[in-house]
Design a protein around this ligand. Sequence first.
Ligand code: NAP
Length: 457
Amino acid sequence: MSTSYQTINPATGQALETYSYTSEETVAQILADAATRQKTWRATSVPERSKTLRRIGALILQHKADLARQATLEMGKPLKQSVAELEKCARTFDYYADHAAEFLADKLVATEASKSYVSYQPLGVVLAVMPWNFPYWQVFRALAPILAGGNVMVLKHASNVSGCALKMATLFQNEPDLQHLLQVVLLPGSAVEPLIAAPEIAAVTFTGSTAVGRKIASAAGQHLKKHVLELGGSDPYVILNDADIAQAVKVCAESRLNNGGQSCVSAKRFIVVPDVLQAFTDGLVAAFRNRTFSDPLSEASILGPMARTDLRDELHEQVQKSIAAGARLLLGGTLPEQDGAWYPPTILANVRPGMPAYEEELFGPVAAIIPAQNEADALRIANDTVYGLGGAIFSTDTARAEQLAREVLQSGNCFVNDAVHSDPRLPFGGVKDSGYGRELSETGIHEFVNIKTVYVQ
Ligand code: NAP
């Protein structure tokens, strides 16, 4: 195995930095430090932990310009979006600072005992294996409830955002009272299984592709470690005949192209009934034409490159194969002649079963428009996927759309007349091949605690 690797700026194709993998001895030390620190951290009261969470939120804001620039350099998202990501992280630490005491309070249950209740006790050291697409949000949205619950985290981040990972670790290492609450190991994916097996690791949280999620689940299952899986998605956005088309187009274009289209809950499949198919398609093409890509470090940029050329090439292949199988290319679809991982906003129409654009997740700025015969057919198509992360329905009959979102869509996050998005106040996660377990809200904090029954007679 190579002992070092490079990160590449996807906007230029130039090397950014060379990193050495963390040695076996250092990994062992990190695990030992985490286990020791967790013992003192779990002994702090929840109000004390909340004070610390609030400080972490403030630290993130204090360093947001530097952190944001690193994310943009490493994975190419527009600088403004990097800053917005960090602000959301800070809000999430504040949210758990405000609510941890309420979420972790003992819950009395009346039984025959003189006293019986549910108590939430820490689990220990949680291993986080995270993706690059929101390099801070993915980590911090997991970390805030994990810390609130009295646990600590060891992070193995995606290799292409190693600079972001180290900057996060440095934030914690520079503050004496935060030391070892979050530590980072730089390792390839192949080194994760032995980490899951390590006795210091009590649980695992994974966000990433479904293929790697299966490996994590298998290793965690083998060692009987609690785990949460946040995996891929191919969210359906269903446009019904009474939808406000202008509004739907605006929301769909923004959702598909935000973060370069590299979000698990991006709008990915646009399923449209016949009456509004032409109007929606014309609107989406016009909206995509207005979104040209530019240097992500510029303040004005709204669309950067994709994060890596290998991922860009995979996406291009999915587009090419879909066209070969009969999809109509309405916009984009050609590789720009410039260094870096650039890909233009692309729209495919007439997408049908059997095409990659119908069957697979498109993780980049490509919209797949799928014609449906009627409302029932649209909902059938929406659920005709292995994924179940998010989904949205657009209709001016909000009561009807709400009922469909609640009862028919097979996804963890179902929205009406808005883009699916995460919010610290609401649970977030998937069903089917999009994973299991939930992050955020009260549910998220309860994933990594021992939900203990106490019975006193
Ligand atoms: P990925 O390839 O699965 O990588 C995710 C993490 O797993 C990285 O840290 C990666 O490390 C590591 N890894 C790779 N191979 C591994 C192995 N064999 N064993 C253990 N770990 C391994 O995913 P990605 O391309 O970074 O992220 C995109 C995917 O994540 C998309 O499918 C997206 O939908 C999904 N996602 C889901 C959510 C959600 O909340 N549900 C949120 C964001 C993204 P290296 O980088 O070193 O390979």
